[in-house]
Design a protein around this ligand. Structure first.
Ligand code: 16G
Length: 276
């Protein structure tokens, strides 16, 4: 079993629990998920018992229970007879939020994995008809193309094919480990993006690079990202191994919609409306 992390340091509520952060059981659930993602709670390490979590966080045991139950149901935490709850063996998949505009390097580092890339193509080219459309270029303008196999801890995760107007990225050879780091240094990091995700099957060539079999499940993602000025910064077409990612979207009820949780519920835990 992995060493027990210091639960006090991990769960002291000052840095993550707030009145504005929504239901408290969800805030705690997120805190535990984040600790698992960043490996502060490594696979095999014990989750502090309910009573201790309640003491450290100042939440009720019911709230703690409501936070932990969905993580057990999702397989992130295992209930072991006699030895309490432990973090499940690291799932092969990476959970990626659909609401945050982050880079591959940031996503992997946040999870304690080491990102790396193998370059497939890097240079300045005349744009293809698709790139002209996607980036709003004229046929005489040029594009910077970056094609990379992206790896986490040496394990192939995705193939990314990015095209950027040369007004955004003049010299693709300047990109070292992270494209978004370089764009940030140039003051041209995208602030908004639209992503399309669809299911696909791996082609023979992509499968070979990803260490999978032709015809295996994959996700195709197109991201068009924008600068604050509205200018298109990047069009990236990626192929992710179907078994490596879970894309997670957090859904909230619109402010104007009627609330179903009883007003007097201090924990904000939604209850089914009593029948009859
Ligand atoms: C992400 C983006 C990709 C971007 C890359 C930059 C998706 C689907 N794609 O993988 O558009 O170019 O990050 O990563 O999320 P980097 O800064 O590590 O090079």
């Amino acid at each position: 079993m992995s060493p027990t992390p210091d639960p006090q340091a991990l769960f002291a509520p000052d840095s993550w629990l707030s009145d504005q952060g929504g239901p408290r059981y969800l805030q705690l659930k997120r805190r535990i998920e984040e600790a698992i993602e960043t490996r502060r709670l490594a696979p095999g390490s014990p989750l502090p018992p309910e009573r201790e979590l309640a003491r450290i966080t100042g939440l009720s045991r019911v709230t703690v229970r409501n936070a932990v139950a969905p993580l057990v149901a999702a397989g992130l935490i295992e209930q072991r007879r006699g030895s309490g709850r432990i973090v499940a063996a690291r799932p092969g998949r990476v959970s990626q939020s659909l609401s945050r505009l982050t880079s591959f390097s940031e996503d992997m580092s946040r999870r304690g994995a080491v990102p790396s890339s193998v370059w497939i193509t890097r240079g300045v080219f005349l744009p293809s008809p698709d790139e002209i459309m996607a980036l709003g270029l004229s046929p005489e303008q040029s594009v910077a193309r970056l094609e990379r196999l992206r790896l986490a801890d040496g394990r192939p995760m995705a193939i990314e094919r990015a095209a950027l107007p040369t007004s955004i990225l003049e010299n693709p050879m300047d990109v070292e480990d992270s494209l978004y780091d370089l764009l940030a240094r140039l003051g041209r990091r995208p602030v908004r993006a639209v992503q399309h995700i669809r299911a696909a099957l791996l082609s023979r060539d992509d499968a070979r690079m990803l260490g999978a079999d032709a015809g295996d499940a994959a996700l195709r993602i197109t991201r068009i990202s924008y600068l604050a000025s509205g200018q298109i910064a990047e069009c990236t077409r990626s192929v992710y191994r179907g078994d490596s990612y879970d894309f997670v979207a957090e859904l909230t009820i619109p402010q104007s919609a009627p609330q179903t949780a009883p007003k007097n519920d201090p924990e904000g835990v939604p209850h089914p409306t009593p029948q009859g």
